[in-house]
Design a protein. Structure first.
Length: 78
């Protein structure tokens, strides 16, 4: 997975997690995470302060790209 963020600096960018073994990764721009999708995983959205300008929230973008490698790459044959 590759995370691409375009959020204001005062936002908490959110986290990606894999429940077992309890891995939590704070998302930063162009973070790359390799994991098996067979385990329970998920993520949180960017969060801002309660008193922040509501119009700024519309400008916050978090985009995650999921990459499924070919079989040869997964099995180490390439």
């Amino acid at each position: 997975m590759i995370s691409v963020l375009d959020i204001p600096g005062d936002y908490d960018p959110g986290q990606f997690f894999i429940l077992y073994p309890g891995v939590f990764v704070t998302l930063v721009n162009f973070a790359m995470i390799h994991f098996s999708g067979l385990h329970v995983h998920g993520g949180t959205a960017p969060v801002t302060q309660a008193d922040a300008d509501a119009d700024g929230f519309n400008a916050a973008t978090q985009f995650n790209i999921i990459y499924y490698p070919p079989r040869g790459q997964r099995e180490g044959n390439q």
